[in-house]
Design a binder for this molecule. Structure first.
Ligand SMILES: Nc1ncnc2c1ncn2[C@@H]1O[C@H](COP(=O)(O)OP(=O)(O)OP(=O)(O)O)[C@@H](O)[C@H]1O
Ligand SMILES: [Mg+2]
Length: 471
């Protein structure tokens, strides 16, 4: 079916070419043949007219009978010569070089017209299925009309020959047009077929084979567009598979751990203290699963474009205080010092819940990925355009080879504690971007700063000149 359709294109293109060529040849034929015929007849008449005038001049000085004059003149000018005498305004044959057929010129229309008009007349007449060119010259003084008549058979047969040649050339031209059209169309049809196959491949989920077309035309452009689409879809497909593999892996770890503890508790006779320890670990795993489920849900919403964020004023000082308070118990347990520094009244434009989520992810990192006793500082400020909240710690920092990847989904630094799934920073960055902002990172041993930068709300109050804040 598909092949037939492509062939249809070839056939249609070939037919289109055929129609165009046939049309042009038809027009040429219609214009050239009649005008050529008129040219030939005119040339013949011009020649006859010239001859007729010479004959008229000679007639005045003629000696002998009209019949003799007609015959002599006819042999000189290679044309039939008829001399009419005018009686009562009608021509009567007086002498005719073609004696055997004088009757057929008795009522010759050209001679008749010249007799009445008294001026030279020219025209063509048909006699017994043949066409003749004729010129009639009236000689009023003599009371005669001299008619020169010559057959048009020669020029017309030349014309017929040209017509036949033209027809033959047209047929050859048309055949050539069909074959050339078909071959040319085949070239394009092949390229279209290749593109169609490539589209089918991509639709079938195979992104490995590139879409190639060297043509520098619209089809070439279409192929490049297909190639770009293939690259993008391939990337998305790989990202999707990686995501599913990572997510399944992250889900499996706490589930296996939970299963193991459940079995231990069911099989062995554990004392009360061990049981409590087991339960504590199981609770941590359940928390981890719950966090993972929430993160995965957030990611799927972000990917599907279903994450809605508000663009309302968010007091960053308040956010810093709330988050610091939320983490105070955990920080205390790990012997971290958490400090909050606010300059002016920084108010950002964003979604309060999402800003809280982002800052929590940053503080969580500063507490979980640093050794005990690390100092964590939450600093909030604003300039005329931006409101920022940064989380700084004096931990060992992130190794330069990891810096480029910490915002990737499921990316965890080496030696990082196993509880995280590597989604915190990825989600934080995407949420900040949705609010029109960004999350930036600066890290060196002894100082790591993760900063959320959002647009400043009009109610924001700058504490110091903007330049001094950013230096
Ligand atoms: N303040 C920090 N100090 C040192 N390393 C950090 C810090 N913040 C992030 N990292 C590194 O960046 C990695 C990615 O952080 P991210 O928050 O995305 O994932 P995670 O904390 O491992 O897991 P999750 O946040 O999903 O629980 C971490 O695994 C850690 O190695
Ligand atoms: Mg984290």
């Amino acid at each position: 079916m598909r092949r037939l359709r492509i062939r249809g294109i070839r056939l249609r293109l070939a037919l289109a070419l055929l129609v165009v060529v046939a049309g042009s040849l038809g027009v040429v034929y219609l214009i050239v043949v009649p005008s050529l015929e008129a040219e030939l007849v005119n040339a013949k008449l011009d020649q006859l007219e010239e001859d007729a005038q010479t004959v008229a001049r000679n007639y005045a000085t003629q000696v002998g009978s009209e019949q003799e004059f007609a015959e002599r003149t006819a042999s000189v000018f290679q044309a039939r010569v008829v001399i009419y005498s005018i009686l009562q305004n009608q021509p009567f044959v007086f002498g005719d070089s073609n004696t055997s057929a004088s009757l057929d010129v008795a009522r010759d229309p050209v001679a008749g017209t010249a007799t009445r008009s008294r001026v030279l007349e020219r025209g063509t007449v048909n006699r017994r299925g043949r066409r003749f060119a004729e010129v009639a010259v009236p000689l009023e003084n003599e009371g005669v009309v001299i008619l020169l008549s010559d057959s048009l058979a020669d020029p017309i047969s030349s014309l017929k020959l040209i017509e036949r040649r033209l027809l033959f050339a047209s047929v050859i031209g048309l055949l050539f047009a069909v074959v050339a059209g078909y071959l040319l169309a085949s070239l394009h049809a092949k390229r279209i077929l290749r593109l169609e196959r490539a589209a089918e491949r991509i639709a079938g989920g195979r992104f490995d084979e590139p879409v190639v077309d060297a043509g520098n035309d619209e089809l070439g452009d279409l192929a490049s567009a297909f190639e770009r689409m293939r690259g993008r879809l391939g990337k998305l497909d790989r990202a999707r598979s990686e995501f599913i593999a990572n997510a399944s892996h992250e889900l499996r770890t706490p589930l296996f751990s939970l299963g193991g503890f459940l079995e231990l508790m069911a099989d062995e006779d554990v004392d009360e203290e061990t049981r409590r320890e087991f339960l504590e670990t199981m609770r941590e795993q359940v928390d981890r699963l719950a966090k993972l489920a929430t993160d995965l849900l957030d990611l799927s919403r972000l990917d599907a474009g279903r994450m809605r964020v508000e663009h309302e004023p968010v007091d960053l000082a308040e956010v810093a205080r709330v988050v610091a308070a939320e983490f105070s118990a955990l920080a205390e347990r790990r012997k971290h010092e958490v400090e909050t520094v606010v300059q002016g009244s920084p108010v950002a434009r964003g979604d309060e819940q999402r800003v809280l989520q982002v800052v929590c992810a940053l503080v969580d990192n500063a507490i979980t990925h640093t050794p005990e006793g690390t100092r964590v500082t939450l600093r909030a400020w604003a300039d005329r355009e931006h409101a920022s909240l940064e989380v700084e710690d004096d931990g060992p920092g992130i190794a330069p080879e990891h810096v480029a990847h910490v915002f990737d989904r499921f990316y965890r630094g080496e030696g990082t504690i196993a509880s995280g799934s590597g989604l915190g920073l990825a989600i934080a960055r995407e949420l900040a971007q949705m609010m029109g902002g960004a999350v930036t990172l600066e890290s060196q041993p002894g100082r790591t700063v993760l900063r959320v930068v959002l647009g400043a709300a009009p109610t924001s109050v700058t504490a110091e000149p903007a330049e001094s804040v950013f230096t």
